[in-house]
Design a protein around this ligand. Structure first.
Ligand code: ADP
Length: 614
């Protein structure tokens, strides 16, 4: 059959251009990418052969039937990576090696272009361009593949420019051979046909690939499944190497978690990692997850097995090997498997314990973790009531006292005598919250306020309820800072009925107008009693939900001079207009401070302008 020409998908063309022309210094990662594709293909065939034994290759070699073979014939012009994995048919070659399905690729390319130069290498390394990275080292790539269970083989070939060709080919066994026609290395560049270099690279990147990788008859990788070793026997280098392959990440993980169960009913080995950084493609694809791989007796079953960890621990990477699971378990039957739930409980508990230990023993590292994944972890406060107390201990926040991060435990230890509740405020940033009128009296008393500044916080604080029996209270609410309400009562005595008058002038905007116990500087503030918080109100508006009006209380600062003026005006009938204007202005000012919309912006600015003119 004749050769067919095909064009690459536009994104692939762009990607190839960048890959080929980038200044990428770690060209060598192409080998890691090809070896892990080969290993994935072997895993897939192994798995397929569980249900259809006719798909298995004949037994050969001391390590079992599966193998990956590197060949770099003398002459130094080519390097090939062959596997006897699942293989690809014609359509798969065309689809897998001609398009990119990954969402977010377009944005990735744009970012990559924007930073061409210094940062491009990091980005490429993090994203993992997979098969296409072969073109960093090769001027031509030829892939011959035969799918397991089929007779026909196909050759895919490309010089990494606009197009690739497809034609029928010969291959005696199922599997895939990727042959690179190497670019001539420039001075100082690595020569990928050099056996010593290949050996080093396999050790470095692919030591835990569970399939033997052979070069000239020698097996280069150790293949030890690290997750079966006791925690104390695993070296940091081994962790880093294993994690690198698992996560395709160049940076070492922040923390490792290793545990096993030996019970009669359920046995498993788990080796989990907390990454040091959220991978770049998480920014591009919010659905993206780290993912825990499920193995059974060292046979890979599936990637990102969701039942193994709750969503709020989705940053975890790792492996759970559970020999009691049936090998041909499907995603659907797994859902119903009770053992998965038991493992998840333990994964959750162990992870939270290890984060707690990190918090106690290495604060800097924990804060780095919190910066990356704190927001995700906080989702657990919402979704996992069983672990809420454990999660609460792990929460970090800024406060009105210091920019640094505190825990509830630390906050609580700093509470001065007399303070019985934990106060908090939600808002956009510490800088914005420091301006809040709700802090005034609390600041004067020296009572610290917790600042919650993540978008999710508004939705979770309500669930926190208390810390060690001390109630959590929003500083936006009606605070009982003075149990006798002396200041409030005194002011009411001095200006009887003033609140009622003002309320009537506000035509339903406020549920009540009264004197405040928490204002010492600002003239007025809106108290949130029973109303949704300003941020939640905003979210409701955005989502098109009706927002009940007039549920907040307008509080006046009894010591502010404007109150005295207002009281005078309210005494004389002829000043009714002034009282109404003052009421509107005081309400408007308070609304602005809360970031709430002005009920009538036009009127407000007219009143301010008039006042300026007077
Ligand atoms: P990724 O491996 O991240 O999915 P790649 O670009 O490296 O992306 O590969 C694209 C797809 O091509 C793979 O998902 C796989 O389906 C297929 N593929 C690549 N190499 C092989 C191989 N050696 N054997 C079988 N399939 C392969």
């Amino acid at each position: 059959m004749s050769q067919e020409k095909h064009e690459f998908q536009a994104e692939v063309r762009q990607l190839l251009k960048l890959v080929v022309h980038s200044l990428y210094t770690h060209k060598e990662v192409f080998l890691r990418e090809l070896l892990s594709n080969a290993s994935d293909a072997v895993d897939k065939r192994r798995y397929a052969a569980l249900t259809d034994p006719s798909l298995a290759p004949p037994e050969s070699g001391p390590n079992g039937p599966y193998r990956i073979v590197l060949e770099a014939p003398p002459g130094g012009k080519t390097l090939s990576v062959s596997d006897n994995g699942i293989g690809m048919d014609r359509d798969e070659l065309q689809k897998n090696l001609g398009t990119i399905a990954r969402s977010g690729t377009q944005e990735f390319l744009e970012r990559l272009k924007a930073v061409q130069g210094q940062n491009a290498p990091d980005l490429i390394g993090q994203f993992g361009v997979g098969f296409y990275s072969a073109f960093m080292a090769a001027e031509k790539v030829s892939v011959v593949s035969r799918k397991a269970g089929q007779e026909k083989a196909w050759r895919w070939e490309s010089a990494g420019e606009g197009e690739f060709t497809l034609e029928e080919a010969e291959r005696s066994e199922p599997g895939t051979t990727v042959e690179l026609t190497l670019r001539k290395p420039e001075a100082g560049e690595p020569d990928f046909a050099d056996a010593a270099l290949l050996k080093r690279l396999v050790k470095r990147y692919s030591d835990f690939v569970p399939t033997p990788i052979e070069l000239a008859g020698e097996t280069l990788n150790s293949m030890t499944p690290l997750w079966t070793k006791p925690a104390k026997d695993i070296t940091p280098e081994e962790h880093a190497g294993f994690y690198r392959r698992l996560a395709r990440e160049s940076e070492a993980p922040l923390e490792s978690i290793r545990f096993s169960a030996e019970g009669a009913s359920l046995r498993y080995d788990a080796l989990l990692y907390v990454p040091a950084k959220a991978p770049l493609d998480w920014l591009l694809d919010p659905e993206k997850r780290g993912g825990i791989q499920l193995y059974s007796k060292r046979v890979f079953i599936m990637d990102d097995c969701r039942g193994l960890a709750p969503d709020y621990l989705r940053f975890l990477r790792g492996v759970v090997d559970c020999p009691d699971l049936p090998l041909n378990v499907s995603r659907e039957t797994l859902q119903q498997d009770r053992s998965l739930g038991l493992i998840q409980e333990r994964v959750t508990r162990k992870t939270l314990e290890s984060l707690k230990a990190l918090l106690e023993n290495d604060r800097k590292k924990y804060e780095a973790f919190w910066g990356q994944f704190g927001r995700i972890l906080k989702e657990g406060l919402y979704t996992d009531s069983a672990e809420r107390d454990r999660l609460k201990e792990l929460v970090l926040f800024e406060t009105s006292r210091s920019e640094g991060l505190s825990t509830f435990k630390e906050y609580s230890a700093r509470m001065p005598e007399g303070q019985k509740e934990v106060y908090y405020l939600c808002g956009d940033s510490r800088a914005a919250l420091l301006q809040s009128p709700h802090l005034e009296a609390l600041n004067e008393k020296g009572w610290e306020v917790v600042f919650f500044t993540d978008a999710v916080d508004e939705f979770v604080v309500g669930l926190l309820h208390d810390w060690d029996g001390k109630l959590l209270r929003s500083a936006r609410e009606d605070l009982r800072l003075d149990e006798k309400h002396a200041a409030r009562e005194e002011a009411e005595k001095a200006h009887p009925g003033l609140g009622e008058v003002l309320k009537s002038k506000l035509s339903g905007l406020a549920a009540e107008v009264r004197f405040s116990e928490k204002l010492t500087q600002s003239p007025s503030a809106l108290v949130n009693e029973g109303a949704p918080s300003p941020a939640i109100e905003k979210a409701m508006r955005r989502a098109g939900h009706p927002v009940p009006e007039g549920r907040r209380i307008l509080e006046l600062n009894p010591s502010h001079p404007v109150v005295e003026k207002l009281a005078q005006a309210a005494k004389g009938d002829k000043d009714a207009q002034v009282v109404e204007e003052y009421a509107q202005l005081l309400y408007g000012l308070a609304a602005l401070r809360e970031g709430l919309p002005l009920p009538d912006g036009g009127k407000f600015s007219r009143l301010v302008a008039d006042l300026m003119a007077r």
